[in-house]
Design a protein. Structure first.
Length: 577
């Protein structure tokens, strides 16, 4: 065989193969473009015919929003269309909580708008407004039957602009008129930081919006300046996430430069990135504990997952939410936005912790959780076993307390809120937030306050019994059985009369937190909660001077070798044994 001819044939075959692949790709792209163009033409034609010929008047903006929302609803909850009128609210939620306003949280109750909490140092607080005050009107516009969103829109405006409020205060019969000057209001990402006993720092990080990493770094340096920092607790409970890059910056404070923190992979190759620590860490050796719960999501899970995979922190609390998706915002015509899920993210060990399957739904149309049988095992840097597909499992599980029906009922009917508001009127001052207690005298007064109040509620036992009695009546069971069920229901009702005593300790905690907030705002709530916080106490014990357990967990010794083992794996192992 002629060697040169053989080489020529190989080259010809290779060129032909490449040409075929290119042509196939071109045809596929062409088909996709044709389908997109075809369906846009169909949609445009339907939209035009409805607008021109429908029997009643239609709102073009509403038609488009309804159509787009319906299309996106079939994808996932995080892909959303944002109209120009909603962009300010969108930025507050996902970019930075900075706006011009009076600095107060509000809520709607029985068709009226009330202040739930003024922010310390802002116009509402400086004007003497307090939780429980009703906002009757804003700039002459009455708020009766207005939503909180509508009221919030009226309260916001340009910095230094004037706003006229008609306020009905608790202690006054007639409303009073106030003119306030709006300020720039910005709720920090770090809502609380304090150096606890034993040189253990505590940082409550509520969200990962702009400047969140800088705020964590500032709190960290303030601890280091005060003396020896023996340990650090970062509280990510109830943190719904935010900006991915801010999460990377937070991890960079504790991990050597150049380490992989998170990677994202999407269908579009331009959305595939790896993010590594970017600078020399501020605290590379300080023992670190991270608190999470079922409402810790997204960027909060990136931080917890990275620090767990790199064996840098012990995770304490409850399993996180399980959001392993990345969104990006795109500008679209006429100043509108669309936020699109563009990728999945992966922790340093390679796991995607997305817990819900948005492709498949159950018979009720609800998203399904990823089955335990489909989960995969991964290894942390030191060889500990962790799993994907179900959020971040804590190294140490400490359940959050579940409130009883009566406690929830007292809160939902605003009775704890109302009592705290009345208490503030008759008590000008209380002791420090971390020392305040709801003693028996105060609790007895609260019970007396409830005597003429309506706070009906049903226990799980009561609900189940009612359902059982209804089924028994439908099935025409013997009358004596129906009567026995009725008698049992009466006994349960009588036992509920004792619930205020049975659940007094948990009611005291919620009541105390509400009272403290009237004097010390959000920071007061946090300081008050410390004495009842089992997850925080476990973290403090772990980071005490004897840190043997801390390093044992990170080394994967004993029961800490495997974290968050799926139940199906565990069941099969037990069967095999």
């Amino acid at each position: 065989m002629n060697p040169s001819k053989h080489v020529f044939d190989v080259k010809r075959i290779t060129v032909l193969a490449v040409a075929v692949l290119f042509l196939s790709a071109f045809v596929a792209v062409k088909d996709d473009l044709f389908l997109i163009s075809k369906n846009l033409d169909i949609f445009s034609a339907v939209y035009r015919q409805i607008s021109l010929n429908y029997v009643d008047e239609t709102d073009p903006n509403l038609l488009i929003k309804t159509a787009v929302d319906a299309m996106l609803d079939d994808l996932d909850p995080y892909t959303e269309y944002v109209q120009e009128t909603d962009i300010e609210e969108y930025k507050l939620k996902y970019v930075d909580t900075k706006y011009g306003g009076i600095g107060a949280a509000i809520f709607e109750r029985d068709g009226h708008i009330f202040l739930s909490e003024p922010y310390a140092g802002y116009p509402a607080d400086e004007a003497g407004l307090a939780a429980g005050d009703e906002v009757v009107s804003i700039n002459g516009i009455t708020l009766e039957n207005k939503s909180t969103a509508e009221a919030s829109h009226l309260l916001r405006g340009a910095e230094h602009s004037k706003i006229q409020l008609l306020i009905k205060k608790i202690e006054k019969t007639d409303p009073i008129s106030l003119t306030l000057t709006r300020k720039i209001v910005r709720q920090p990402n770090v809502s609380h930081s304090v150096l606890l006993d034993g040189g253990i720092g505590y940082i409550k990080l509520d969200k990962f919006l702009e400047q969140s990493a800088k705020e964590v770094e500032t709190a960290l340096y303030s601890f280091q300046e005060k003396g020896e920092l023996n340990g650090l607790i970062i509280d990510l409970r109830d943190n719904g996430g935010g900006i991915l890059q801010e999460a990377v910056k937070v991890v960079s404070l504790f991990i050597p430069q150049g380490e992989l923190v998170v990677s994202q992979k999407g269908k579009n190759a331009t959305k595939t990135h790896s993010y590594r620590t970017m600078a020399k860490p501020a605290a590379p050796e300080v023992p670190l504990a991270i608190l999470i719960n079922g409402r810790s999501a997204s960027a909060a899970e990136i931080v917890a997952g990275a620090l767990q995979d790199l064996d840098r922190a012990v995770i304490i609390g409850e399993r996180s939410f399980g959001k392993g998706l990345v969104q990006q915002t795109f500008n679209i015509p006429y100043n509108n936005l669309v936020k699109v899920t563009v990728a999945k993210y992966y922790t340093p060990a390679g796991r995607c912790i997305q817990a819900l399957d948005f492709v498949h739904r159950d018979s009720n149309g609800s998203y399904m959780r990823v089955s335990d049988s489909l989960l995969n095992a991964f290894n942390t840097k030191s060889g500990r076993v962790v799993y994907d597909g179900s959020g971040i499992y804590p190294d140490i599980t400490v359940p959050e307390p579940q409130y009883s029906p009566i406690t929830r009922a007292l809160s939902e009917h605003y009775l704890i809120f109302d009592y705290a508001t009345a208490f503030r009127q008759s008590h000008p001052r209380i002791t420090d937030a971390d020392k305040f207690e709801v003693d028996e005298t105060l609790y007895t007064d609260f019970i007396n306050f409830l005597k003429d109040k309506d706070y009906q509620y049903a226990t799980k036992t009561e609900t189940s019994l009612r359902a059982l009695k209804a089924v028994a009546e439908i099935e025409r069971k013997p009358e004596e059985l129906i009567q026995e069920l009725g008698a049992l229901s009466q006994k349960i009702h009588q036992s509920k009369q004792q619930d205020l005593l049975t659940h007094r300790e948990e009611i005291k905690k919620v009541l105390g937190s509400e009272i403290v907030s009237r004097y010390y705002y959000k920071n007061g709530r946090t300081a008050f909660s410390f004495r009842y916080d089992d997850q925080l106490h476990r973290a403090k014990a772990l980071l005490s001077k004897d840190t043997a357990e801390y390093y044992s967990i990170l080394a994967g010794e004993g029961k800490y070798k495997t974290i968050g083992r799926p139940e199906t794996f565990l069941a099969s192992a037990e069967t095999a044994n």
